[in-house]
Ligand binder design. Structure first.
Ligand code: COA
Length: 171
C-alpha cells in the first residue's frame, strides 16, 4: 500500500480526529496523546507541528489515499544530546499490518540524516509489551540496547520500556 510523508496542514484536523481517537493507539503512547482525543487536541497538535523549527524537529503526516492517517516525528535532543534524535509514531488502525510504518520509519530516518549533518543516533522507547512497535523498529534496522525496568508509569501501572537505537553510520 502506498503512502507519502508530508508536512501537516490545518485541513488535516478531521482526519486526525477520525483516526487518533482510538484507545489502542493512546495506550501505547505518552500521556500527551489523550483518549478520548477531541477537536482541540487535534488542532493543538497540528498547530505545534506547523510551528516546529525544522532545524530541530521533523513532524510528518503519513498520507494514505489522500488522508492524513498517521503521524511520524523525529526530534533532536539538546545539550549533550544534540546529535541524537527521538523517533515517535502512530498509524490509523485501518492500516495496521501492511508494512507501512516500517517503511515510514526508514524514510524519516533517511530524511533526518540528510537534513541534520551532525546527527549520529536515532532512538525510540516503546513499552516492552508493545510487540508491534518493537517489530517495526527491528525490521527498520534498530538494535535493542536494553530494557529500562519499571521505566514508565501509564494509567497507574508501571511498565518496562525498551531502548532501541539506530546509528546513522549503520544506515
Ligand atoms: C505500532 C504501529 C505503528 C505499527 O504500524 P504497522 O504499519 O502496522 O507496522 P508494520 O506493518 O510495518 O509492522 C508491524 C509488525 O508487527 C507485527 N505485530 C503486530 N502485532 C503484533 C503482536 N501483537 N505480536 C507480535 N508481532 C506483532 C506484525 O506482524 C508486523 O511484523 P511482520 O511484518 O514481521 O509480520 C501501529 O500498530 C500503531 O500505530 N500502534 C499504536 C501506536 C504505537 O504503538 N506507536 C508506537 C509507540 S512506541
Amino acid at each position: 500500500m502506498d503512502f507519502i510523508l508530508r508536512p501537516w496542514r490545518r485541513e488535516d484536523v478531521e482526519d486526525v480526529l477520525r483516526y487518533a481517537n482510538n484507545d489502542k493507539i493512546a495506550r501505547n503512547l505518552r500521556n500527551v496523546f489523550p483518549y478520548p482525543y477531541i477537536r482541540t487536541d487535534a488542532e493543538a497538535f497540528i498547530e505545534s507541528c506547523i510551528a516546529a523549527d525544522e532545524e530541530k524537529q521533523l513532524f510528518r503526516a503519513i498520507e494514505i489515499d489522500g488522508r492524513a492517517a498517521g503521524s511520524i516525528a523525529l526530534c533532536l535532543g539538546s545539550d549533550v544530546y544534540c546529535m541524537t534524535a527521538e523517533l515517535g509514531y502512530w498509524l490509523a488502525e485501518d492500516y495496521w499490518g501492511k508494512g507501512i510504518m516500517t517503511r515510514a520509519v526508514q524514510q524519516i530516518c533517511e530524511e533526518g540524516a540528510e537534513r541534520w549533518d551532525d546527527l549520529v543516533r536515532i532512538y525510540a522507547e516503546p513499552f516492552a509489551h508493545n510487540a508491534a512497535s518493537r517489530r517495526v523498529l527491528e525490521k527498520a534496522g534498530f538494535t535493542l540496547e536494553g530494557i529500562m525496568r519499571c521505566g514508565a508509569c501509564k494509567r497507574g501501572r508501571i511498565f518496562d520500556c525498551c531502548m532501541y537505537a539506530l546509528l546513522v553510520v549503520d544506515m
